[in-house]
Design a protein around this ligand. Sequence first.
Ligand code: ZN
Length: 70
Amino acid sequence: MSTQKYRCPACKQKTGVQILYGMPSQEAFEMAKRNEIALGGCCIDLEDPERKCTSCGHEWRIKRREVKFG
Ligand SMILES: [Zn+2]
């Protein structure tokens, strides 16, 4: 699992982490406690962001997904 930090587009600090969706493992809980990842819940939505800043709380998406209607 990646523990890389990403630069937050809002506060410009390198405190952004990957948001993990789905049922988290015990390891994921521990990582979230250390602000190494963020837990996003078990329901995956196309509009959900992939990254979250642990400093300011900003969430953002890293790529634009193609959403098809109908
Ligand atoms: Zn931030």
